[in-house]
Design a protein around this ligand. Sequence first.
Ligand code: NAD
Length: 323
Amino acid sequence: MRILVTGGAGFIGSHYVRSLLDGSLPGPRPDRVTVVDALTYAGTTRNLPMDHPRLAFHRADIREAEALERLVPGHEAVVHFAAESHVDRSLAGAAEFVRTNVLGTQLLLETCLRHGVGTFVHVSTDEVYGSIDEGTWTEEEPLRPNSPYAASKAGADLIARSYWRTHGLDVRTTRCANNYGPRQHPEKLIPLFVTRLLAGRTVPLYGDGGNVREWLHVDDHCRAVHAVLTRGRAGEIYNIGGGTHLTNREMTARLLELCGADWSSVRRVPDRKGHDLRYAVDDTKIREELGYAPRWSLDEGLRDAVAWYRRNPGHWREPAGRG
Ligand code: NAD
């Protein structure tokens, strides 16, 4: 099978590509993996085994029709990770989010349809559902995205659905909880806190730290995406949960301990505008239908991630940080 992965130089996409190439995902190894990535601030070829004989890397933008016309033909499957992915950036300026996440996804779908790509896995997020005070969301939940990031992803989900419903393109959508793990850009909470704490610096905690997030190791997310690609059904949506819910305050406590710091390293900063209180998905469908279950416990996964950031201090350039 020849698989094209968009956003394959980013945090999750690169983990997926490395797992495809090293055979750690179940099923036959793909003959060829093509990565299409624009290398925005969030992508780097350092995340990829660039000299791997079955990897072809192309620096290209999913908003460029000519590039997609050249690169998409000949692939049986497309796994679409490319996106603007950081909520805070979407509050500062939403245009790029709409251009890449909505228009870029539509162009990619159109190109896949035209060139007979067999399966399109659209990697989305649980943030499309909005915020939930208690209980969990199933895949039937209406979309009520709150941030421009989440709204642009919800837009992409609906466009993706339309290419399945109207044109019969085999589109499968995943909606995953918050990921963590090695190689995540240090603008995101866990790598931001870990890299700063390891450098003896303070970390900015939004508001009272009471917002609840569900956490999943990137490796589990990639196994779930692959299960959807290889065993999922056309037109279906699959929630992917982590099963571990923590307030940001509880996560901070764990990171302080793992990095050998204490609460004197924490600065309270004003809450993010429109900050979603809680995310929680019901992922019974993917567990029952595809036999998927996360393998990493949060304790083990966080230890692994912190160890990676300790060993690789220069992987990303110093971020501006928050607050
Ligand atoms: P990331 O920001 O680390 O990586 C995104 C990648 O896409 C980068 O390599 C970037 O260069 C590339 N890219 C951006 N715009 C592009 C464009 N116009 N053309 C081509 N490439 C472009 O993001 P991530 O955290 O790896 O997330 C990957 C996907 O998973 C996203 O679609 C995101 O919405 C989704 N997701 C992320 C999480 C999470 O916790 N990180 C959770 C659920 C879903």
